[in-house]
Ligand binder design. Sequence first.
Ligand code: NCD
Length: 308
Amino acid sequence: MGSLRGRDVLSAFDFNREDLFRLFDLAERLRGEISSRGILDYARGRVMVTAFFEPSTRTKISFQFAMARLGGEVVDFIEEASSIRKGETEEDTMRILDGYSPDVIVVRHSRPFFPHSVKDIVKAPIINGGDGTNEHPTQALLDVYTIWREFGRVDGICIGILGDLKYGRTAPSLSYILTRFNDVTIYYIAPRQLQVREEVLKKIEGRVRYHLVESVEEIASKLDVLYVTRLQKERFEDPQEYERLKGSYIITRNMLEKHRKIPMIMHPLPRVGEITTDVDTLPQAKYFEQAKNGMYVRAALLKEVLGV
Ligand code: NCD
């Protein structure tokens, strides 16, 4: 059996099919152990640093909870209160954090490939918690874990990924991780200006079936999962374009009641109006559960990377 011990996790492609099933099983086991014992002791004596140079709620906090549940320690770097404000570079910052010998560093940055660019200047394994528009591999991990829990499989799934597929990083990572499963179909649903990037399609070519469409309605009846994303306001070059496009697609209870056949609605969150709150109580609304699943599967990942 392989393992991710000591490895960097920079891309969703860093997980092979065997890794994914092993992590799903481990997440299930940890879920049971955490529910009966609260705090475990696998990671006792180990330290994780969270170095987030960009805002985060779920990714940072779920990693921190995951490490706490494993019995490890957490050190949080907070950019706003750091010497970055005095002009220190992020590279030097990473070098300093690594100098205190953490066992793993989770890093998020607005610059694509930032984690890749510092992986050789730090000794600790690096987990990418989101790098600009590029990738968000652990989000993809919790996304497929959530699909697997719901359907008992990911093979054969038909998923619509809706919203800002140009600037969002969850859509690329989810697409990459889905190549590890068989017979997957992806519908990319977006206005032309926000369609998925060519470079993403190149990487999945021949490994999943995909189609580019502009409206949910035309393919709703085919979907097992509708995965909604927000417009990435902070990444738009032209604020007016954001204003024009925001609200292009809003998923409402009314719309879903017409398409009762969509069995599962997901969203990486935060939502900023793409799913109206009246959807939350529908049985197929899984986005809050998806966020909770993140902690268990990140605990499984940390346990493997730490080799504990
Ligand atoms: C996503 C991100 O940061 O890319 N959030 C998250 O980690 N759940 C999605 C987003 O910000 O739109």
